[in-house]
Design a protein around this ligand. Structure first.
Ligand SMILES: [Zn+2]
Ligand SMILES: [Zn+2]
Length: 137
């Protein structure tokens, strides 16, 4: 297992066919997640991490934020996770995420049953350090 508290299966693409690996997750994002997970002491079940372009399309996403990012050196990395959390737990994680300048994208699904709620976090280079916040319909 490349990261404490997070399984390969939940980080890697759910299509089951592509070659992308958990080791290609952004090291900065993963370091934050492992730290926050330890500090808060409750599970961070990932509902999405790496998505290949085909799987991203298959699940109806137009955003490319979970798909491969090609760095200047040619390496490919991934910079986004979705974490399924109840309302109270969302709040606790948001407090840490907002304080961490490395996190530049925060999306919140804040309606519906607790089991369908999620927080998207990313350190995506395309934002060039400018933070973005959004909710989901
Ligand atoms: Zn895939
Ligand atoms: Zn997401």
């Amino acid at each position: 297992m490349p990261y404490e508290h997070f399984s390969r299966a939940e980080l890697e693409c759910r299509c089951g066919r592509c070659e992308y690996k958990a080791e290609q997750m952004s090291s900065g994002l993963m370091a934050f997640l492992v730290w926050a997970r330890k500090r808060l002491g409750f599970p961070f079940p990932l509902t999405s991490g790496i998505r290949c372009p085909a799987h991203n399309k298959a699940i109806g996403s137009k955003a490319l934020i979970h798909t491969p990012y090609r760095n200047k050196d040619g390496s490919v990395t991934f910079h986004s996770v979705d974490i399924g959390l109840s309302r109270a737990r969302q709040w606790a994680l948001l407090e840490l995420a907002v304080e961490e300048s490395l996190i530049v994208g925060i999306g919140i699904k804040m309606h519906g049953a607790d089991r369908s709620r999620l927080i998207h976090l990313d350190d995506h280079p395309m934002r060039r350090g400018k933070r973005a916040y959004w909710t989901y319909p």
